[in-house]
Design a protein around this ligand. Structure first.
Ligand SMILES: Nc1ncnc2c1ncn2[C@@H]1O[C@H](COP(=O)(O)OP(=O)(O)OP(=O)(O)O)[C@@H](O)[C@H]1O
Ligand SMILES: [Mg+2]
Length: 368
């Protein structure tokens, strides 16, 4: 390939002119068909795999993307090639459910021999920031399907009479595409009920939703996510074939999250242990936020990461039980932090730190 072609391609790509990139790639295919046929073939299959952003699903679906009839705003967020940056941490119950789902999709023939269809619809429940939306993306990625997201809290904010039509519009569109459709923040429907007196309109809306869930084809996968399953009409969540409960992270999961978000070059085991006690009770997304903040702060102030982590400890110990403070203090002392500093970070007295260090050391002596 000529250097100037490469440079021109880079130029178009860097300014984000996707349509132009496509046209240019088409030209390259013609240009190199005879001289470098492998390149031409490769480029043309790339073109087919990556339809334009304005209609990412052009290959499968000719229908225009659903928009709100009045505002003309797009109702769906479309990710043609969903990617997951870090491997998520799943509790074993979650992981079992997700793996089962993937296996079913990979063995549809075996299932159909027994007259069975793979799971069509799931509902994910759990507190904020524990991976419900992430799981939908992860599944779409594993199945090689595009992810279509309908954020119900956004749709619900529009005029209620139009919401039903919008939901039907979106589900109709999604049914025609092999995809994972995520109905995110499903509880927005229930919340709306508290705000407005328009009960009749909402009932109709729920009916629309129930019908759509029932009609959902088994070729696609419908996932709903909510952090207030209690607010939902039981008729709604009963409609979903599988319910996956996403718990708050366990101590073990927090440890893994620390490894994930601090990165391999990070800090000693003792510091990680101290942080896993410090961050106990937080969601994955809060753990991620705290640790990224610390990493940024370590870079911009050119201080060791441990100092930035120390600030998290100092900010979080105040309401903690004595036992937990004691654990953090012990780990920090073992990490080689001076007793004075450990006291300053955790509020645990130097006497206690010294005693804990001794009682921890004794079993070691016996083991030897
Ligand atoms: N299980 C997990 N493993 C690793 N990272 C996670 C996990 N769960 C959440 N995160 C991090 O937190 C971010 C937010 O998670 P996500 O959007 O999936 O939460 P959610 O459960 O959908 O919350 P909400 O109810 O607020 O929508 C993710 O993008 C990811 O970076
Ligand atoms: Mg979410």
């Amino acid at each position: 390939m000529q250097n100037e072609d490469l440079a021109q391609l880079a130029r178009l790509a860097l300014v984000g002119r996707q349509q132009d990139v496509q046209l240019f790639v088409q030209r390259l295919i013609r240009r190199y068909r005879d001289t470098i046929p492998e390149l031409a073939t490769q480029l043309s299959s790339l073109l087919q795999e990556n339809p334009t952003r304005s209609s990412p699903l052009r290959r499968q679906e000719a229908a225009p993307l659903p928009v709100d009839l009045e505002s003309r705003l797009q109702l769906l967020r479309i990710d043609a090639h969903p990617s997951v940056e870090v491997e998520p941490i799943w509790e074993s119950t979650v992981s079992k459910a997700l793996e089962q789902l993937i296996s079913e999709r990979k063995q549809t023939e075996e299932l159909s021999k027994q007259g069975l269809l793979p799971t069509r619809s799931l509902i994910f429940t759990g507190p904020p920031g524990v991976g419900k939306s992430l799981a939908a993306r992860w599944i779409a990625n594993k199945l090689g399907l595009p992810l279509l997201t309908l954020d119900l809290s956004a749709v619900m904010s529009s005029y209620l009479g139009r919401t039903g039509a919008n939901i039907r519009h979106v589900l109709d569109y999604a049914k025609g595409v092999d995809c994972v459709l995520l109905l995110d923040e499903l509880d927005a429907i229930a919340k709306r009920r508290d705000d407005s007196g328009d009960v009749g309109e909402l009932k109709r809306l729920v009916t629309v939703l129930l019908q759509e869930i029932d009609d959902w084809p088994s070729s696609g996968l419908l996932i709903a996510a909510t952090n207030h399953s209690d607010l939902l009409d039981p008729a709604v969540w009963r409609r979903f074939e599988v319910r996956v409960v996403f718990p708050m992270p366990s101590d073990e999961a927090i440890r893994k999250a620390i490894d994930t978000y601090i990165g391999p070059s990070g800090v000693s085991r003792e510091w990680r242990e101290a942080m896993s006690v410090t961050l106990r009770g937080l969601s994955f997304s809060d753990v991620e936020r705290e640790l990224l903040l610390a990493r940024r702060s370590s870079v911009v102030h050119t201080i060791p990461l441990e100092d930035a982590l120390g600030s998290i400890v100092r900010n979080r110990v105040e309401p903690m039980a004595r036992r937990e403070r004691g654990q953090i203090a012990t780990w920090l002392a073992e990490a080689g932090i001076s007793q004075r500093q450990v006291h300053e970070l955790t509020g645990v007295s130097r006497d206690t730190i010294r005693k804990n260090a001794k009682s921890n050391a004794e079993p070691d002596v016996k083991e030897k």
